[in-house]
Ligand binder design. Structure first.
Ligand code: ZN
Length: 425
Protein backbone atom coordinates (compact mmCIF):
# COMPACT_ATOMS: atom_id res chain seq x y z
CA UNK A 1 0.00 0.00 0.00
CA UNK A 2 1.26 3.39 -0.78
CA UNK A 3 -0.35 5.67 1.69
CA UNK A 4 1.36 5.23 5.00
CA UNK A 5 4.14 7.43 6.20
CA UNK A 6 6.95 5.24 7.38
CA UNK A 7 9.99 7.46 7.33
CA UNK A 8 10.03 11.15 7.88
CA UNK A 9 11.91 12.49 4.97
CA UNK A 10 12.21 16.15 4.47
CA UNK A 11 14.55 18.14 2.36
CA UNK A 12 15.96 21.52 2.98
CA UNK A 13 17.20 24.32 0.85
CA UNK A 14 20.57 24.18 2.55
CA UNK A 15 21.47 21.39 0.21
CA UNK A 16 21.56 23.55 -2.85
CA UNK A 17 23.82 25.98 -1.06
CA UNK A 18 26.05 23.08 -0.04
CA UNK A 19 26.31 22.00 -3.65
CA UNK A 20 27.36 25.47 -4.72
CA UNK A 21 29.83 25.60 -1.88
CA UNK A 22 31.34 22.29 -2.83
CA UNK A 23 32.89 23.54 -6.04
CA UNK A 24 34.64 26.39 -4.30
CA UNK A 25 35.83 24.08 -1.53
CA UNK A 26 37.45 21.90 -4.17
CA UNK A 27 39.17 24.87 -5.74
CA UNK A 28 40.49 26.30 -2.52
CA UNK A 29 41.56 22.91 -1.25
CA UNK A 30 43.91 22.62 -4.20
CA UNK A 31 45.66 25.71 -3.00
CA UNK A 32 45.83 24.44 0.53
CA UNK A 33 47.72 21.29 -0.27
CA UNK A 34 50.78 22.90 -1.66
CA UNK A 35 50.34 21.61 -5.17
CA UNK A 36 51.19 25.04 -6.45
CA UNK A 37 48.05 25.27 -8.47
CA UNK A 38 46.24 28.44 -9.13
CA UNK A 39 42.65 28.39 -8.06
CA UNK A 40 41.38 30.16 -11.13
CA UNK A 41 39.58 27.01 -12.13
CA UNK A 42 38.09 24.19 -10.13
CA UNK A 43 37.99 21.88 -13.10
CA UNK A 44 40.81 19.62 -12.02
CA UNK A 45 38.67 17.22 -10.01
CA UNK A 46 36.24 16.77 -12.91
CA UNK A 47 38.28 16.85 -16.06
CA UNK A 48 35.84 14.70 -18.02
CA UNK A 49 32.91 16.91 -17.61
CA UNK A 50 34.37 20.33 -17.91
CA UNK A 51 37.26 20.11 -20.25
CA UNK A 52 35.78 19.46 -23.66
CA UNK A 53 38.10 22.07 -25.05
CA UNK A 54 40.85 21.17 -22.62
CA UNK A 55 41.12 24.73 -21.44
CA UNK A 56 39.41 24.60 -18.12
CA UNK A 57 42.04 22.55 -16.35
CA UNK A 58 44.24 23.88 -13.66
CA UNK A 59 47.27 25.94 -14.48
CA UNK A 60 50.47 25.18 -12.75
CA UNK A 61 52.59 27.81 -11.15
CA UNK A 62 55.94 26.17 -11.07
CA UNK A 63 59.49 26.97 -10.36
CA UNK A 64 59.62 26.65 -14.10
CA UNK A 65 61.59 23.75 -15.47
CA UNK A 66 61.44 23.74 -19.25
CA UNK A 67 59.59 20.46 -19.24
CA UNK A 68 56.93 21.69 -16.90
CA UNK A 69 56.47 24.96 -18.76
CA UNK A 70 56.12 23.17 -22.07
CA UNK A 71 53.65 20.67 -20.61
CA UNK A 72 51.60 23.52 -19.24
CA UNK A 73 51.42 25.08 -22.64
CA UNK A 74 50.01 21.90 -24.16
CA UNK A 75 47.56 21.66 -21.32
CA UNK A 76 46.37 25.22 -21.74
CA UNK A 77 45.86 24.69 -25.44
CA UNK A 78 43.89 21.53 -24.85
CA UNK A 79 46.42 19.45 -26.81
CA UNK A 80 45.97 16.36 -24.70
CA UNK A 81 47.39 13.91 -27.20
CA UNK A 82 50.52 15.97 -27.66
CA UNK A 83 50.80 16.47 -23.93
CA UNK A 84 50.75 12.72 -23.30
CA UNK A 85 53.32 12.13 -26.03
CA UNK A 86 55.56 14.85 -24.67
CA UNK A 87 55.31 13.62 -21.10
CA UNK A 88 55.90 9.98 -22.08
CA UNK A 89 59.13 11.13 -23.65
CA UNK A 90 60.19 13.55 -20.93
CA UNK A 91 59.38 11.34 -17.97
CA UNK A 92 61.42 8.48 -19.42
CA UNK A 93 64.60 10.55 -19.39
CA UNK A 94 63.90 12.93 -16.54
CA UNK A 95 66.47 12.72 -13.79
CA UNK A 96 65.91 11.58 -10.25
CA UNK A 97 66.45 15.07 -8.89
CA UNK A 98 63.07 16.09 -10.18
CA UNK A 99 61.49 13.70 -7.76
CA UNK A 100 62.54 15.64 -4.71
CA UNK A 101 60.96 18.84 -5.93
CA UNK A 102 57.75 16.94 -6.61
CA UNK A 103 58.02 17.73 -10.28
CA UNK A 104 57.72 14.13 -11.44
CA UNK A 105 54.60 13.66 -9.34
CA UNK A 106 53.08 16.80 -10.84
CA UNK A 107 53.95 15.73 -14.37
CA UNK A 108 52.51 12.26 -13.83
CA UNK A 109 49.35 13.83 -12.45
CA UNK A 110 49.12 16.09 -15.49
CA UNK A 111 49.58 13.05 -17.68
CA UNK A 112 46.83 11.17 -15.85
CA UNK A 113 44.36 13.98 -16.40
CA UNK A 114 45.28 14.26 -20.08
CA UNK A 115 44.77 10.51 -20.52
CA UNK A 116 41.43 10.74 -18.79
CA UNK A 117 40.31 13.52 -21.09
CA UNK A 118 41.34 11.39 -24.05
CA UNK A 119 39.05 8.67 -22.73
CA UNK A 120 41.98 6.37 -21.93
CA UNK A 121 40.75 5.59 -18.48
CA UNK A 122 42.74 2.48 -17.72
CA UNK A 123 45.94 4.26 -18.71
CA UNK A 124 44.85 7.19 -16.59
CA UNK A 125 44.38 4.87 -13.60
CA UNK A 126 47.94 3.61 -14.06
CA UNK A 127 49.23 7.16 -14.37
CA UNK A 128 47.58 8.16 -11.09
CA UNK A 129 49.28 5.16 -9.52
CA UNK A 130 52.66 6.27 -10.87
CA UNK A 131 52.09 9.83 -9.70
CA UNK A 132 51.43 8.44 -6.23
CA UNK A 133 54.68 6.46 -6.35
CA UNK A 134 56.56 9.63 -7.25
CA UNK A 135 55.38 11.50 -4.19
CA UNK A 136 58.14 11.96 -1.69
CA UNK A 137 57.16 10.63 1.73
CA UNK A 138 56.95 14.01 3.41
CA UNK A 139 54.80 15.63 0.74
CA UNK A 140 51.54 14.84 2.45
CA UNK A 141 49.36 17.34 0.70
CA UNK A 142 50.40 16.47 -2.82
CA UNK A 143 49.99 12.80 -2.06
CA UNK A 144 46.49 13.18 -0.72
CA UNK A 145 45.51 15.26 -3.74
CA UNK A 146 46.71 12.53 -6.08
CA UNK A 147 44.94 9.87 -4.04
CA UNK A 148 41.74 11.86 -4.15
CA UNK A 149 41.89 12.31 -7.92
CA UNK A 150 42.75 8.65 -8.38
CA UNK A 151 39.82 7.62 -6.22
CA UNK A 152 37.46 9.92 -8.12
CA UNK A 153 38.28 8.13 -11.36
CA UNK A 154 37.85 4.77 -9.65
CA UNK A 155 34.41 5.85 -8.44
CA UNK A 156 33.63 6.88 -11.97
CA UNK A 157 34.64 3.44 -13.20
CA UNK A 158 32.72 1.62 -10.50
CA UNK A 159 35.75 0.34 -8.60
CA UNK A 160 34.35 1.45 -5.25
CA UNK A 161 36.62 -0.69 -3.09
CA UNK A 162 39.82 0.79 -4.47
CA UNK A 163 38.28 4.24 -4.18
CA UNK A 164 37.52 3.56 -0.52
CA UNK A 165 41.10 2.54 0.09
CA UNK A 166 42.50 5.61 -1.60
CA UNK A 167 40.14 8.06 0.07
CA UNK A 168 40.96 6.49 3.43
CA UNK A 169 44.68 6.91 2.73
CA UNK A 170 44.18 10.50 1.59
CA UNK A 171 42.44 11.18 4.87
CA UNK A 172 45.50 10.02 6.82
CA UNK A 173 47.66 12.90 5.56
CA UNK A 174 48.62 15.43 8.18
CA UNK A 175 47.62 19.08 8.08
CA UNK A 176 44.77 18.64 5.66
CA UNK A 177 42.77 21.52 7.02
CA UNK A 178 39.15 21.19 8.07
CA UNK A 179 37.53 21.91 4.70
CA UNK A 180 39.67 19.47 2.85
CA UNK A 181 39.34 16.78 5.47
CA UNK A 182 35.57 17.18 5.30
CA UNK A 183 35.66 16.98 1.54
CA UNK A 184 37.63 13.74 1.53
CA UNK A 185 35.56 12.22 4.32
CA UNK A 186 32.33 12.89 2.42
CA UNK A 187 33.85 11.21 -0.65
CA UNK A 188 34.96 8.26 1.46
CA UNK A 189 31.42 7.84 2.77
CA UNK A 190 29.98 7.80 -0.75
CA UNK A 191 32.58 5.20 -1.74
CA UNK A 192 31.73 3.04 1.31
CA UNK A 193 28.02 3.26 0.54
CA UNK A 194 28.56 2.37 -3.09
CA UNK A 195 30.74 -0.57 -2.07
CA UNK A 196 28.07 -1.77 0.34
CA UNK A 197 30.39 -1.20 3.32
CA UNK A 198 27.64 0.42 5.28
CA UNK A 199 28.99 0.08 8.79
CA UNK A 200 32.20 1.77 7.67
CA UNK A 201 30.07 4.48 6.09
CA UNK A 202 28.20 4.95 9.37
CA UNK A 203 31.49 5.19 11.30
CA UNK A 204 32.62 7.99 9.02
CA UNK A 205 29.24 9.74 9.06
CA UNK A 206 29.49 9.84 12.84
CA UNK A 207 32.75 11.74 12.46
CA UNK A 208 31.29 14.36 10.13
CA UNK A 209 30.51 17.77 11.48
CA UNK A 210 27.34 19.65 10.69
CA UNK A 211 28.76 21.17 7.53
CA UNK A 212 29.92 17.78 6.33
CA UNK A 213 26.45 16.29 6.76
CA UNK A 214 25.00 19.13 4.72
CA UNK A 215 27.58 18.45 2.04
CA UNK A 216 26.86 14.73 1.67
CA UNK A 217 24.18 14.81 -0.99
CA UNK A 218 26.15 17.13 -3.24
CA UNK A 219 29.18 14.84 -2.92
CA UNK A 220 26.98 11.89 -3.87
CA UNK A 221 25.72 13.76 -6.89
CA UNK A 222 29.23 14.71 -7.96
CA UNK A 223 30.81 11.30 -7.55
CA UNK A 224 27.98 9.20 -8.91
CA UNK A 225 26.79 11.59 -11.59
CA UNK A 226 28.63 10.07 -14.52
CA UNK A 227 27.48 6.59 -13.65
CA UNK A 228 23.85 7.48 -13.56
CA UNK A 229 24.22 8.97 -17.02
CA UNK A 230 25.65 5.82 -18.52
CA UNK A 231 23.50 2.82 -19.27
CA UNK A 232 26.49 0.53 -19.02
CA UNK A 233 29.88 1.17 -17.47
CA UNK A 234 32.49 2.34 -19.96
CA UNK A 235 34.87 -0.41 -18.92
CA UNK A 236 32.89 -3.57 -18.32
CA UNK A 237 36.00 -5.49 -17.34
CA UNK A 238 36.50 -3.31 -14.33
CA UNK A 239 32.97 -3.02 -13.10
CA UNK A 240 31.32 -6.26 -14.01
CA UNK A 241 34.13 -8.66 -13.34
CA UNK A 242 33.30 -9.31 -9.74
CA UNK A 243 30.43 -8.28 -7.54
CA UNK A 244 31.13 -9.61 -4.06
CA UNK A 245 28.16 -10.60 -1.91
CA UNK A 246 26.69 -7.70 0.00
CA UNK A 247 27.86 -5.04 -2.41
CA UNK A 248 25.16 -2.73 -3.72
CA UNK A 249 25.97 -1.85 -7.33
CA UNK A 250 24.85 1.41 -8.87
CA UNK A 251 23.59 -0.56 -11.82
CA UNK A 252 20.72 -2.84 -10.71
CA UNK A 253 21.15 -5.09 -13.72
CA UNK A 254 24.32 -6.36 -12.05
CA UNK A 255 21.98 -7.97 -9.51
CA UNK A 256 19.54 -9.28 -12.07
CA UNK A 257 20.05 -8.85 -15.79
CA UNK A 258 17.21 -7.00 -17.45
CA UNK A 259 16.05 -4.85 -14.54
CA UNK A 260 15.03 -1.54 -16.08
CA UNK A 261 16.90 1.31 -14.36
CA UNK A 262 14.99 4.28 -13.00
CA UNK A 263 16.30 6.44 -15.83
CA UNK A 264 14.16 4.36 -18.17
CA UNK A 265 10.93 5.56 -16.62
CA UNK A 266 12.11 9.14 -16.15
CA UNK A 267 12.36 9.08 -12.37
CA UNK A 268 12.99 12.39 -10.74
CA UNK A 269 16.06 12.52 -8.49
CA UNK A 270 15.79 11.53 -4.87
CA UNK A 271 15.37 14.44 -2.46
CA UNK A 272 18.42 15.35 -0.38
CA UNK A 273 17.39 14.07 3.01
CA UNK A 274 17.39 10.33 2.77
CA UNK A 275 19.05 7.60 4.75
CA UNK A 276 21.71 5.26 3.40
CA UNK A 277 20.80 1.60 3.26
CA UNK A 278 22.20 -0.48 6.09
CA UNK A 279 23.30 -4.07 5.51
CA UNK A 280 20.42 -5.87 3.83
CA UNK A 281 18.74 -8.50 6.00
CA UNK A 282 15.19 -8.80 4.67
CA UNK A 283 12.91 -8.28 1.68
CA UNK A 284 9.30 -7.17 1.90
CA UNK A 285 6.67 -7.67 -0.78
CA UNK A 286 3.81 -5.22 -1.42
CA UNK A 287 1.11 -4.55 -3.96
CA UNK A 288 0.17 -1.14 -5.30
CA UNK A 289 -3.53 -1.80 -4.67
CA UNK A 290 -4.06 0.17 -7.88
CA UNK A 291 -5.56 -1.28 -11.04
CA UNK A 292 -2.74 -3.01 -12.89
CA UNK A 293 -1.55 -0.95 -15.83
CA UNK A 294 -1.68 -2.24 -19.35
CA UNK A 295 1.40 -2.65 -21.45
CA UNK A 296 1.62 0.99 -22.42
CA UNK A 297 1.05 2.87 -19.20
CA UNK A 298 3.45 1.11 -16.86
CA UNK A 299 5.76 4.10 -17.03
CA UNK A 300 2.90 6.48 -16.33
CA UNK A 301 2.00 4.46 -13.25
CA UNK A 302 5.61 4.42 -12.02
CA UNK A 303 5.63 8.20 -12.27
CA UNK A 304 2.29 8.35 -10.53
CA UNK A 305 3.64 6.26 -7.63
CA UNK A 306 6.66 8.52 -7.32
CA UNK A 307 4.40 11.57 -7.34
CA UNK A 308 2.21 10.16 -4.57
CA UNK A 309 5.16 9.10 -2.44
CA UNK A 310 7.07 12.35 -2.75
CA UNK A 311 4.03 14.62 -2.86
CA UNK A 312 1.23 13.34 -0.63
CA UNK A 313 3.47 11.22 1.57
CA UNK A 314 6.36 13.68 1.65
CA UNK A 315 9.02 11.01 1.19
CA UNK A 316 12.36 11.53 -0.50
CA UNK A 317 11.55 9.24 -3.43
CA UNK A 318 9.37 6.33 -4.44
CA UNK A 319 9.21 4.14 -1.33
CA UNK A 320 9.98 0.77 -2.98
CA UNK A 321 13.30 -0.35 -4.40
CA UNK A 322 11.77 -2.48 -7.14
CA UNK A 323 8.43 -2.60 -8.89
CA UNK A 324 7.31 -5.61 -10.91
CA UNK A 325 4.81 -4.91 -13.68
CA UNK A 326 2.11 -7.36 -14.84
CA UNK A 327 4.40 -8.80 -17.52
CA UNK A 328 6.97 -9.71 -14.87
CA UNK A 329 9.39 -6.94 -15.86
CA UNK A 330 11.22 -5.54 -12.81
CA UNK A 331 11.83 -1.77 -12.63
CA UNK A 332 14.21 0.05 -10.36
CA UNK A 333 12.45 2.34 -7.90
CA UNK A 334 14.47 3.99 -5.16
CA UNK A 335 18.14 3.14 -5.52
CA UNK A 336 19.09 0.24 -3.31
CA UNK A 337 21.86 2.26 -1.70
CA UNK A 338 19.12 4.36 -0.10
CA UNK A 339 16.92 3.02 2.66
CA UNK A 340 13.35 2.51 1.50
CA UNK A 341 10.05 3.82 2.87
CA UNK A 342 7.61 0.93 2.69
CA UNK A 343 7.47 -1.25 5.79
CA UNK A 344 6.95 1.35 8.50
CA UNK A 345 9.51 3.11 10.69
CA UNK A 346 12.44 1.02 11.81
CA UNK A 347 11.16 -1.94 9.79
CA UNK A 348 12.64 -0.18 6.75
CA UNK A 349 16.19 -0.68 8.02
CA UNK A 350 18.08 -3.13 5.84
CA UNK A 351 14.80 -4.04 4.18
CA UNK A 352 14.39 -4.19 0.40
CA UNK A 353 10.95 -3.05 -0.75
CA UNK A 354 9.49 -4.96 -3.71
CA UNK A 355 6.08 -4.00 -5.03
CA UNK A 356 3.88 -5.73 -7.59
CA UNK A 357 1.58 -3.61 -9.72
CA UNK A 358 -2.02 -4.60 -9.19
CA UNK A 359 -4.58 -5.30 -6.50
CA UNK A 360 -4.18 -8.84 -5.23
CA UNK A 361 -6.83 -8.63 -2.60
CA UNK A 362 -9.29 -8.81 -5.48
CA UNK A 363 -7.33 -10.42 -8.32
CA UNK A 364 -4.92 -13.31 -8.75
CA UNK A 365 -1.25 -12.76 -9.54
CA UNK A 366 -0.58 -13.30 -13.26
CA UNK A 367 1.88 -16.15 -13.71
CA UNK A 368 4.37 -13.97 -15.61
CA UNK A 369 4.32 -11.48 -12.78
CA UNK A 370 4.80 -14.22 -10.16
CA UNK A 371 7.74 -15.55 -12.20
CA UNK A 372 9.25 -12.06 -12.40
CA UNK A 373 8.91 -11.76 -8.62
CA UNK A 374 10.57 -15.13 -8.08
CA UNK A 375 13.53 -14.23 -10.26
CA UNK A 376 13.97 -10.92 -8.48
CA UNK A 377 13.71 -12.48 -5.01
CA UNK A 378 16.20 -15.20 -5.97
CA UNK A 379 18.68 -12.65 -7.29
CA UNK A 380 18.37 -10.36 -4.27
CA UNK A 381 18.72 -13.24 -1.85
CA UNK A 382 21.80 -14.51 -3.65
CA UNK A 383 23.50 -11.12 -3.75
CA UNK A 384 22.74 -10.17 -0.16
CA UNK A 385 22.71 -13.65 1.39
CA UNK A 386 19.17 -13.28 2.65
CA UNK A 387 17.48 -16.39 3.90
CA UNK A 388 14.22 -17.48 2.31
CA UNK A 389 12.53 -17.02 5.68
CA UNK A 390 13.44 -13.32 5.61
CA UNK A 391 11.23 -12.70 2.59
CA UNK A 392 8.12 -11.20 4.12
CA UNK A 393 4.99 -9.33 3.21
CA UNK A 394 3.83 -5.96 4.40
CA UNK A 395 1.06 -7.42 6.55
CA UNK A 396 3.64 -9.45 8.43
CA UNK A 397 5.15 -6.22 9.70
CA UNK A 398 1.97 -4.37 10.56
CA UNK A 399 -1.80 -4.38 10.30
CA UNK A 400 -2.64 -3.90 6.63
CA UNK A 401 -4.21 -5.97 3.90
CA UNK A 402 -1.14 -5.36 1.69
CA UNK A 403 -0.07 -7.28 -0.39
CA UNK A 404 -3.56 -8.81 -0.73
CA UNK A 405 -4.61 -12.38 -0.04
CA UNK A 406 -3.52 -13.79 -3.41
CA UNK A 407 0.01 -12.33 -3.37
CA UNK A 408 0.27 -13.27 0.31
CA UNK A 409 -0.09 -16.93 -0.59
CA UNK A 410 2.38 -16.61 -3.47
CA UNK A 411 5.01 -15.27 -1.06
CA UNK A 412 4.14 -17.86 1.59
CA UNK A 413 4.69 -20.56 -1.02
CA UNK A 414 8.00 -18.99 -2.06
CA UNK A 415 9.28 -19.20 1.49
CA UNK A 416 8.69 -22.92 1.69
CA UNK A 417 9.63 -23.79 -1.88
CA UNK A 418 12.81 -25.86 -2.20
CA UNK A 419 13.85 -23.69 -5.14
CA UNK A 420 12.39 -21.38 -7.75
CA UNK A 421 9.23 -23.07 -8.94
CA UNK A 422 6.80 -20.25 -8.66
CA UNK A 423 5.77 -19.62 -12.21
CA UNK A 424 2.26 -20.71 -11.41
CA UNK A 425 -0.92 -19.12 -10.12
ZN1 ZN B 1 2.51 -2.37 1.40
Amino acid sequence: MIHERSVIETHHAACKAAFMRHTSIVATSLLAVGLNLTATSCALPMPDSQAEDGRSTSRWVTSGSDVEMKALEYQRNGQNGKLVEFLDESLSRHVAGARKSGERARLELMRAHALERLGRRLSALNAFGRAWQEVSPNANGVGSEILQQWARLEMNMGDYKSAMDHYARALRARDLGRNRERDIRCSLIVACEAAGKLSQASDQIARLDHKGRAQMSSTRTLLLRDQTKRKRPATPGVVDAFLPAGVIPMNPSLILAGIRPREDWGARNIQPDHVPMRPITSITVHHTAMPAPGQFNTIAQLKQIQNIHTGDNGWADVGYHFIVDPSGQAWEGRRLMHQGAHAGGSANIGNVGVCLMGNFETGRVPSAQAAGLTNLLDALRAQFEVDRSEVRTHREWKATTCPGQHLQSVVARYRTAPRSTLALQ
